[in-house]
Write a protein that binds this ligand. Sequence first.
Ligand code: FE2
Length: 359
Amino acid sequence: MTKEEKYSELLKTAESLIDPKAGMIANMSNMAALIHHGFGFLWTGFYLAGGEELLLGPFQGPLACTRIPFGRGVCGTAWKEERTVIVPDVDLFPGHISCSGESRSEIVVPVWNRGKIVAVLDIDSRETGTFDEVDGKYLEYLCAVLSCSIDSGLRKYIADEIIPRYDNFDKGHGRDHAENVIRQAMALCVRYDVNPDMVYAAAAYHDTGLCADRKTHHIVSAQIIRSDAVLESWFSRDEIDVIADAAEDHRASLGHAPRTIYGRLIAESDRLIVPETVIRRTVQYGLAHYPELDMEGHYARTVEHIDEKYGDNGYLQLWIPESPNALRLEELREIIRDRSKLRQCFERVYAEEKAELNF
Ligand SMILES: [Fe+2]
C-alpha cells in the first residue's frame, strides 16, 4: 500500500471517528492514536496554543516537553509562521528542542479552526527524511477533519446521493475529483471564519450540473442546490442561496470574482494545479471531444488551452492566497515557457491516455 493510499484510508476512518459533540480534546486523542498506530511513528501528538506558548495535549509515544514558547523549535516555528514545517534531519534544524534523543526527523502541521491556529500536530520519526509534501498535504486534511466535524447526516446524504452522480461524468470530473475538491476546500476553509457544513455542501455539489452540459454546468449546479429540498434539513434558505452562489462561482472562466468567501474557497479548491494533471485533463478532454484530431492536432489544442488559461497572461485567477496553488502555478508556467518541456510532458501523457483508450 502506498503512503497516499494509507492516508486515504486514515482520512475515511477519521471522518467517521470525529464526534462533533465530544470536543477537541477527545477528538485529538483518537486522532493521535489513529495516526500513530497507522504508521508506527516514534511520537504523535498535539500541542495546544495558549497565550505565548504551546502546551502539551493528547499524544501517543514517550514522555514529551510540556511547554514550548512561541517561535521556538519546530512546533513554535510552525505556529509563528502559520505553515507546515518539515524537518528531514532534526540535527540540522537551528534551535531544535529535543524531547527524545531517538527522534531523527519531524513534521509539524498547524491545526486551524475558524481562522485561528488552536494547536499544532507534531510527529517524530526514528529515521531521517521520513516526511515529505505528501505527508504535509494529508496531515493538513486530517487536521481540517478535526476542526470541521461535518454534520453526520449531511455527510451521509452527500456520500449516498450526491457523490455517486459523478460516476456519470467524464474522467476528469469523476468521483475522485469531487472528493479532492471537498478535501481541499475543508483544508482551506478552516483558515476562515466560515460554516464548514456550507463549504462541504458547495464543494460536493459544485460540478453536479455536468449532467446538463459543460458550458452551463455551474449554473445548473446552482439550480440543483436551490431545488434540493433535503438540504433544508441542515440549512436555512439564505444559507442554501450562498451555497448555490458558491457552486455557480466556481468557474475560472467566469468574468467576475466569486461573490463570497464560499465561492472563493470552492473556486480555489477546484483548481488543484498539479502541472501534469492539468496537461492530462486537457488531453483527456481533447480525446473525448475531438476524436478526429491526430496527435499534432491534440498538441496544438493542448498548448492553446493551457496558454490561454495558465500562461503568464492567462485568465486563471487565484482567490485564496494561502492555497498551495500559487507555488504550483509558477511550476506550470515554467513548463509552459519551455516548449520542449511542455512537448515532452504532452507526448508522455498522450501516449498513456491513448494506450488506455485502446485497452
Ligand atoms: Fe466545474
